[in-house]
Structure formats: structure tokens, C-alpha cells
Design a binder for this molecule. Sequence first.
Ligand code: SF4
Ligand code: SF4
Length: 109
Amino acid sequence: MSIYIDENICNGCKGLAEARCERICPGDLCYRKENTKAAIRDQSACWTCACCVKECPVQAIELRLPFQISCNAASLKAQLKRNRTIWTIKDASGQVEEYVIQARSLKGD
Ligand code: SF4
Ligand code: SF4
């Protein structure tokens, strides 16, 4: 799997001293280039935790799924809501599916 950042969508987290993807990446792999668009330093060091995918407020970052998992090129994006994450998977033919993961209650169950 790999991470792809769409420069046409990334707004560089304008106004923030540190971009959201920079702040959240546990491997310190995300950074902003001189044109303020985000990039990844080293794909091979990324362990595809998807933190940056969920954290990006404009869905500029996607997880590219390998052939072994998706059978054809597919990508995964996320929208983080207060109590749930909405995942959107899009395959090579453009077919889109959404699924929702509810956040676990902090009160326990
Ligand atoms: S998927 Fe995780 S490790 Fe990879 S760039 Fe994003 S936040 Fe960093
Ligand atoms: S969080 Fe999204 S919008 Fe902000 S710099 Fe990273 S990719 Fe760009």
C-alpha cells in the first residue's frame, strides 16, 4: 500500500504553523514543500497507518490499495467526523462505495 497526496486538492493547511498531516504522522514523513503542498518524504518508511488520510480536512490524501487486496487499482479516502469515520473506496472503474466506522464509546461497553 502507498499514500498518495493530490496537490490539486491539498490547500497546505493554510494558516497553520504545522499542517495536520505533518502533526499526526508518527513517522514524521509528511511535510510541506516550498509551494505549500504536502508530500511524503519516504514511501518505504510509511507503515500505512492512515492517520494522515483521516486527518486531512479536504480529503487530499488517499491510501492506494495493492492489487492483492483490491484486484484492481483502488483507493481509500476518509472523512473524520466527531463520532465516526466515513471511508470511501473507489476502484479503477470509478465505482464508489462508502462504509462507516463508528467511534468507540469512551465510557466503555
Ligand atoms: S499513513 Fe501513517 S505513517 Fe504513512 S505518511 Fe500517513 S500518517 Fe505517516
Ligand atoms: S492535511 Fe491535507 S490539506 Fe493539510 S497539508 Fe496535509 S494534505 Fe494538505
